[in-house]
Design a protein around this ligand. Structure first.
Ligand SMILES: [Zn+2]
Ligand SMILES: [Zn+2]
Length: 337
């Protein structure tokens, strides 16, 4: 049996280990990908720390995967061997829940998640379902395309699903993997953008990517500054800090939306009065459309800023992501292509 290198987690809380294992075989409606690049996402902590009930170990994480199809498990009218494709968080739908029976696959009640319910892209090869693939155009390298499949789709999805329109003031809390993409998309959508982060280094980069306003929380109260500017139509929260997120509600304009797009378990403290007085709302957002995101990014020249690591250094890449040191997305480059 031919072997491949893969990173796996043996049990919740265990270290990443580099192993040699058999290259998997694609079944019906699946393809085998030769992985070129895989982004390192905060969501991978679900596998590393065991946050997902019923998750089976050992498991290979990774859900921002770009690769070339090397084998089809069954015939396809659309996908062919040699095509470069991507797969994000969405790994498939069950086809028999109420949502699937209505054709609303995006709302599947028992969805499959890449790198969670099956092995992901921290490996030389992976198997995935055909119905969740996205074609990757020539304009994007594999390393550039990978972060668009989860971080990109999530941030663009959150912006497009909100009520913001060109010219509105919005704020982006946190300036990392999600935040730097949210900013680029917001600028391309014609929004007035305020980035909320800490330190001069982040300010330089935020302004380089088009931020109109930078609010350094070491120096100012971001909510007060937003109100001086008329209040934000929406605030997109990307940094996992419940206290910091709660504190921003008072920076929303009348009817403004606080939209949370980061995993955080800690409860938030909000007084109902803060919401009622100005008809504000708080909501969460997850997911997005990978194909739309790739299309929009090529059309408007949005490119993620990445730090590239070899597969063997997955643990280093993960640590830099978890401690918010990476500028701005860590990507594992697994093979050329
Ligand atoms: Zn992700
Ligand atoms: Zn379903």
């Amino acid at each position: 049996m031919p072997l491949m290198k893969a990173i796996q987690v043996k049990a919740p809380g265990a270290d990443f280990e580099l192993v040699q294992k058999e290259i998997p075989e694609p079944k019906e409606h699946e393809v085998l990908l030769k992985v070129h690049a895989c982004g390192v996402c905060h969501g991978d902590a679900i596998v590393k720390q065991g946050y997902f009930p019923g998750l089976q170990y050992p498991r290979t994480p990774g859900h921002e995967v770009v690769g070339t199809i090397v084998k089809l498990g069954s015939e396809s009218h659309y996908w062919k061997v040699g095509q470069r494709v991507g797969v994000g968080w969405r790994g498939g739908h069950c086809m028999h829940c109420k949502s699937c029976l209505k054709g609303e696959f995006w709302a599947c009640e028992s969805p499959l998640a890449t790198g969670i319910s099956s092995d992901g892209g921290y490996a030389e090869y992976m198997v995935t379902r055909m119905d969740v693939l996205t074609a990757i155009p020539e304009e994007l390298s594999s390393v550039e395309a990978a972060p668009l499949l989860c971080a990109g789709a999530t941030t663009l999805g959150a912006l497009k699903s909100s009520s913001v329109k060109g010219g509105d003031l919005i704020a982006i809390q946190g300036f990392g993997g999600l935040g730097h993409l949210a900013l680029q998309f917001a600028v391309r959508l014609g929004l007035k953008t305020a980035v909320i982060s800490r330190g001069i280094d982040k300010e330089v980069l935020a302004r380089k990517l088009g931020a109109n306003i930078y609010l350094d929380t070491n120096k100012v109260n971001a909510a007060e500054e937003l109100i001086k500017l008329g209040g934000a139509r929406a605030i997109f929260c990307t940094a996992p800090n419940s206290k910091a997120i709660s504190g921003l509600i008072d920076g929303l304009a009348r009817g403004g939306q606080l939209i949370i797009i980061t995993f955080v378990n800690e409860p938030m403290q909000i007084s109902p009065t803060q919401l009622m007085r100005a008809v504000r709302s708080v909501s969460g957002w997850v997911g997005g459309n990978a194909a739309d995101t790739i299309n929009f990014s090529v059309l408007t020249h949005v490119v993620p800023m990445v730090e590239v690591f070899p597969l063997e250094q997955a643990a280093v890449a993960f640590e830099r992501m978890m401690t918010a040191k990476v500028h701005f997305r860590a990507v594992l480059k697994v093979s050329e292509g």
